[in-house]
Design a binder for this molecule. Structure first.
Ligand code: SF4
Ligand code: SF4
Length: 207
């Protein structure tokens, strides 16, 4: 049986928006319209770009709006960026090695080895706390699950990369050294540099 909507809301309907109009059926007309639009945008942006770079008119923004990485767009406060481990006042990790984050992680990329904390009032501390960022899907579940607010994803650091899978494993020491991003979302810590990043580009990459 034909749906009551079929006659007016399907591509089969001659009035449906997906149907080509008379001029749209002429390929050349559409091409010329596209070229016209591209030309207008090109010259308008070139003019603005010339005003900004040659005549120093700061308010004029051309097609090149952000000169990354020299200029950066402010990041949203809720952006999930590289993890960090929160420190106590004495510099030790706030983490109590409860394994909640390791358990909840859907990518199984957190590896924790717990040990006794020297302070008898704190039961455990991670002897080892690694995150394999090559597997991480940045879901933020680890942050949500943590009962101690010991892990956060607020460093603002997004430019981490490595020539090897091993280089994507960030250790407890690296994660503890990171600071939260500034008010504009820009990182305040340098991007952690894996050892393999300094490898000459003409050498073969390890797997
Ligand atoms: S962000 Fe998600 S995938 Fe990444 S470590 Fe946390 S829980 Fe695992
Ligand atoms: S959930 Fe928090 S306290 Fe528990 S192991 Fe993970 S970071 Fe540490």
């Amino acid at each position: 049986m034909t749906s009551p909507y079929q006659a007016t809301n399907t591509p089969a309907d001659p009035r449906h928006s997906s149907r080509l109009g008379f001029f749209q059926r002429f390929y050349l007309v559409e091409v010329l319209q596209g070229l016209k639009l591209t030309g207008i945008r090109f010259f308008a942006n070139m003019w603005r770009h010339t005003l900004r770079t040659v005549f120093r008119v700061k308010s004029a923004h051309g097609a090149v709006t952000i000169q990354y990485p020299d200029e950066r767009r402010p990041y949203a406060a809720r952006l999930r960026s590289l993890h960090r481990l929160v420190r106590r006042e004495d510099g030790s990790p706030r983490c109590v090695a409860c394994m909640m984050c390791e358990t909840v992680c859907p990518a199984h990329c957190i590896y924790i080895v717990a040990t006794e904390h020297p302070n008898p009032e704190i039961e455990k501390v991670p002897e080892r706390f690694d995150i394999d960022l090559g597997k991480c899907v940045f879901c933020g579940y680890c942050v949500e699950a943590c009962p101690e607010d010991a892990i956060r994803m607020d460093t603002g650091i997004l430019e981490f990369s490595s020539y090897s899978r091993g280089g994507m494993i960030y250790t407890k020491e690296t994660l503890l050294a990171l600071e939260p991003a500034g008010r504009n979302g820009a990182p305040t810590s340098p991007v952690p540099m894996p050892a393999d990043r300094s490898m000459p580009r003409n050498r073969s990459m390890p797997s």
